[in-house]
Design a protein around this ligand. Structure first.
Ligand SMILES: [Fe+2]
Length: 500
């Protein structure tokens, strides 16, 4: 039987050690964003009870301000329980963007954002056997021996002897801990603003720092429910179209459109494709980098979206096309980004669903998290051994942190929303990104990782930054098995590429 939203919610609560009563589930299913509401329920659940009751759902619905509801154009969620109990080919589970910031004081707004991040990720870490004697920072005493804390990383710096000094914050205080070099705990790179659990040895002597014995990340649970479609329907994953750029690959795009119409190679595969996902940078935008106007074929951003609409209309109208914005799109660049404004959405065909960046949705019951990937610009310089040629390595780390863009104050602007919409929850079956203009696929703890390819050739700017794109590849995924077929429309190889 095809997985439906009901099963997603039940397994979501199970993952978080909560039991949802039938009446509560029924009510949750009537909500526009059931998963977002479920998260709020878990956050506000009494610590001593594993149950989620109908009264708790009613209370959560009352608590939520109407302005916090996302209003992305084209949002398709199922409103009636009868509908959702049947299998649904497409359902939005949650968008990262939950409305404009509500606090007028930026400091208060960012505090709320980081508190939300801490609470959501700490919830995933609590109860781990490897985090014994878990204590709030304020309650730690010298001579405690072995204890654990969960903290958000405020600072990491090396001592003169190349040990690491890490400052962690929780909601009760701040703590400096030492990660001695050449220990197993020193093997992982600790990033600013990520949420970690650490097991500590606290020395008896006053003034000596607690030592980190082990580091635990929120992680994708190995025991999670694996979701698969009931039939071999497929989805195709694309990114970084950059329509409006002189380097948009229109010939390659035409080949893709012909293929999807069943007029190219492997028509039986084309006929099984129901969904298209585009992971951002739908158009090239304007003023994104110095002297971009020299690279533009269309210098008006509304016209760029009109052309995007024409390009998407070249694909079969039966397809469900899900698009999210990227850093080149005409929405606020701070993440999470909202979906396209109505004026731009109106330029796109009616079979296009415009969601925010990031967004989590189900395709034939398979949960997809789509994120453009701007945070590669921060994570790649911060994580030794990673590079733009293999963004899937960075995506593994995102899943391990259960966060798409933890680093604050660098190249990825973060919006101070009351809920951290960049937390990865639930763990998806497919995580798709773009931004790197390369192509990559890998797997991590049962999650299929896709860095979808671009449909833009190399620009002068990329040449300057030493980025060689791998363009016009399409990732075709069988939603019943998550098997991947890579199709190459670049014209440099036979169009029907290798499975991988
Ligand atoms: Fe791009």
């Amino acid at each position: 039987m095809t997985q439906d939203l009901r099963e997603h919610l039940v397994s979501y609560f199970e993952e978080h050690h909560a039991l949802v009563e039938a009446g509560a589930l029924q009510l949750l299913l009537t909500d526009r964003q059931p998963l977002l509401l479920s998260r709020s329920l878990l956050e506000n659940r009494p610590v001593d009870s594993p149950f989620v009751t109908r009264e708790m759902v009613e209370e959560a619905m009352r608590r939520r301000a109407p302005s916090a509801l996302p209003v992305a154009g084209g949002l398709r969620t199922v409103a009636r329980p009868d509908d959702v109990l049947a299998s649904v080919p497409y359902a939005v589970l949650c968008e990262g963007f939950t409305g404009p910031p509500v606090a007028s004081d930026p400091l208060a707004a960012y505090s709320a954002l980081f508190r939300s991040r801490y609470r959501e990720l700490a919830r995933m870490l609590r109860g781990r056997p490897d985090l014994g004697n878990l204590r709030p920072i304020r309650e730690l005493r010298s001579g405690e021996g072995s204890a654990s804390v969960i903290g958000i990383v405020r600072e990491v710096r090396a001592t003169q002897k190349q040990h690491l000094l890490v400052t962690l914050d929780d909601e009760t205080g701040s703590l400096s801990v030492l990660v001695p070099r050449d220990t197993s705990a020193a093997r992982t790179t600790i990033l600013g603003d990520e949420v970690l659990g650490v097991r500590l040895e606290i020395p008896r002597e006053r003034g000596r720092l607690p030592r980190v014995v082990a580091v635990e990340r929120p992680e994708v649970p190995v025991t999670r429910t694996v979701r698969r479609a009931a039939t071999h329907r497929r989805a195709i994953f694309l990114s970084d179209l950059h329509v409006g750029s002189r380097s948009f690959l229109s010939e390659e795009w035409s080949r893709l459109a012909e293929f999807l119409h069943g007029r190219g190679p492997m028509p039986e595969v084309a006929a099984s494709i129901d969904h298209v996902v585009v992971a951002g940078d739908l158009v090239d935008g304007i003023g994104i980098y110095p002297q971009q106007e020299r690279d533009l074929a269309i210098a008006d951003v509304v016209e760029q979206y009109a052309e995007l609409g024409r390009k998407l209309a070249e694909l079969p109208a039966r397809l469900n096309i899900v698009v999210i914005p990227g850093n080149h799109d005409a929405v606020c660049p701070a993440e999470p980004q909202p979906g396209l404004p109505e004026a731009l959405r109106a330029q796109l065909p009616p079979n296009v669903q415009s969601l925010g960046n990031p967004s989590t949705f189900a395709l034939e019951g398979v949960v997809v998290c789509a994120y453009h990937g701007r945070s590669f610009d921060d994570l790649i310089p911060a994580l030794p051994g990673t590079h733009y040629g293999r963004p899937t390595d960075v995506m593994k780390r995102m899943l391990s942190m259960r966060h798409l863009a933890p680093i604050y104050g660098d190249r990825t602007p973060l919006a101070p929303l009351p809920r951290d919409g960049l937390v990865i929850d639930p763990a998806p079956d497919i995580l798709v990104t773009g931004h790197a203009h390369t192509y990559g696929a890998d797997r991590y703890r049962g999650v299929l990782l896709l860095n979808a390819s671009t449909w833009q050739a190399e620009t002068e700017y990329q040449r300057m930054r030493n980025i060689t794109p791998v363009a016009a590849r399409a990732a075709v995924v069988d939603l019943a098995t998550l098997e991947l077929l890579t199709l190459d429309f670049s014209g440099t190889a036979p169009p029907a590429g290798a499975a991988g």
